[in-house]
Design a binder for this molecule. Structure first.
Ligand code: COA
Length: 176
């Protein structure tokens, strides 16, 4: 496998996201919520290069080629922000790069990055109950399935369940 790595986003990456994620097939049936304003991505890139204190995003590169992105954002659902904040992670690979192991490696790199550079103890991920590939990846990385968030997402004209997973700092091993 060519080497996969994470990098700060650049303008050409935003062009690729526009090209690849603005359709059901491109975003995937589990991540297609209709069109969205991609100008926001350009504005954000100018503001802080997507490296914020509450969230961020990086490009996933295979060699020199961008094949998708990973994101993280703060979740304050479990109590007061100063005592309970955790990171939620997300990923989108361009369609032709799915199913080849890259999603597993990219999320492993993101987990390692977040635990290395931030003191937070808990990472979580939510995904569509139908998204078996993402669930498999999370399980391969050592995430624990915590439960089902019932009918929590409107997508494709219907309400859908999501599943929630978490990984605690001491559970992460870079051999995963
Ligand atoms: C979800 C996603 C990140 C996974 O990355 P990927 O590179 O396609 O996945 P990988 O090839 O690393 O691994 C997929 C695993 O799921 C398994 N899998 C795939 N489809 C499956 C299915 N329908 N049922 C069960 N397992 C499945 C694969 O066999 C593999 O497991 P294995 O290594 O044990 O064989 C990628 O497909 C993607 O970007 N999809 C669109 C966006 C998305 O769904 N994002 C996640 C929600 S935030």
């Amino acid at each position: 496998m060519q080497e996969l790595s994470l990098h700060k986003l650049r303008h050409s990456d935003i062009d690729l996201f526009e090209e690849n994620f603005q359709s059901r097939a491109g975003a995937s049936e589990y991540q297609w919520f209709g069109f969205w304003d991609t100008n926001k991505l350009r504005t954000r890139l100018e503001q802080d290069q997507f490296i914020g204190s509450h969230d961020g995003a990086l490009a996933v590169r295979l060699g020199e080629r961008t094949i998708g992105k990973v994101d993280w954002f703060t979740v304050n659902s479990w109590g007061r922000p100063n005592t309970s904040a955790c990171w939620e992670i997300a990923i989108g690979l361009f369609a032709k790069y799915r199913g080849q192991g890259y999603g597993t490696v990219a999320q492993r790199l993101l987990v390692e990055y977040l635990f290395t550079h931030y003191p937070r103890h808990r990472l979580q991920a939510t995904t569509a109950a139908e998204n078996l590939a993402e669930q498999r990846v999370l399980e391969k990385l050592g995430f624990t399935r915590e439960g089902v968030i019932r009918q929590s997402q409107w997508r494709g004209g219907a309400w859908h369940d999501q599943v929630i997973y978490s990984l605690l700092r001491h559970e992460f091993s870079d051999e995963m």
